[in-house]
Design a binder for this molecule. Structure first.
Ligand SMILES: [Zn+2]
Length: 284
């Protein structure tokens, strides 16, 4: 039997999908309300990165006040994530102050929204290796940078999570064309799953008068919804961790999923669902 093809194992997202789409929007500004309604209309999911001590701050692209922020995001179906209590460069203050920024921010958001907050976007993209280390101690699972990867690769260093691109970048169009027009399933060798991760500030749509950028992206995504997993950042993080915890037999033909999440993988062109806590044997 010709067994050279597709012996490799590839992670597949829930329902066996090979592509995932996620977003990350910063600062908790008034324009987020319009963005939330667009996300709702097309089923898009993402993280909204909020500060906690700047609610009354003026001159910041229309920040929402505390009540508005709660009203906009509570039960929105979107992820609430950290952006520092005061939106400072965490790499330009003593380490203990950076730690307090994170802890204060997390304590406020968890108390206010009654949830567990484990994601973060670096304010001004400011971080270093010491910051990454203390974030881990603060229970932060992932932290997004402002460095575009221009790729659909699954992140390997989650505390230095590079997004695919910002929605203001010219590369967005070409990357969208590839993401919606092609698929890892069309490729013979490199069938790794694709993650399209877009970030920005909703006030940029307002300032540039180009809400059509996100409307178009949402429309194209909704048209391809059958093959794309729409997920928040933390849902993707948790899913990838669950996949990475899979335990295989020596010959790679049997797999045990010790996690509480159902995971999917592809081998020899067939996609398998590995239920939580179960062992599955692949067809030979
Ligand atoms: Zn910001």
């Amino acid at each position: 039997m010709f067994r050279q093809m597709f012996e490799e194992k590839y992670m597949r997202f829930p329902k066996g999908k090979a592509k995932a789409l996620t977003f990350s929007y910063d600062d908790g500004v008034k324009a987020d309300k319009r963005l939330l309604s667009i996300f709702g209309a097309y089923g898009l999911k993402g993280a909204f990165n909020l500060n906690s001590k700047l609610f009354d701050c003026e001159n910041w692209h229309g920040r929402m006040n505390e009540d508005e922020t709660f009203e906009a995001f509570y039960n929105s179906g979107q992820e609430i994530a950290l952006h520092g209590a005061r939106h400072i460069f965490m790499d330009k203050v003593p380490l203990c102050e950076a730690l307090k920024e994170t802890v204060d921010n997390r304590a406020y958001l968890e108390e206010k929204f009654g949830c567990i907050v484990r994601g973060l976007a670096y304010a001004y993209g400011g971080y270093n290796t010491d910051i990454k280390r203390i974030l881990k101690d603060c229970g932060v699972a992932y932290a997004r940078t402002t460095n575009s990867s221009y790729s659909f690769e699954i992140p390997s260093d989650w505390l230095e999570l590079n997004p695919t691109c910002k929605h203001t970048e010219k590369e967005l169009e070409q990357l969208s064309g590839k993401f919606f027009g092609d698929s890892p399933l069309n490729h013979f060798k490199h069938r790794e799953p694709w993650l399209f991760y877009v970030w920005g500030h909703s006030f940029e749509f307002e300032d540039n008068g180009n809400w059509d950028v996100i409307e178009n992206l949402g429309r194209r995504a909704a048209e391809s919804a059958a093959e794309i997993w729409f997920a928040t950042n933390i849902e993707i993080y948790d899913y990838v961790q669950a996949y990475n915890r899979l335990v295989f037999s020596l010959d790679g033909e049997r797999v045990y999923n010790p996690s509480a999440l159902c995971v999917w993988l592809e081998i020899r062109g067939t996609t398998y669902e590995i239920p939580a806590g179960k062992t599955v044997e692949f067809d030979k």
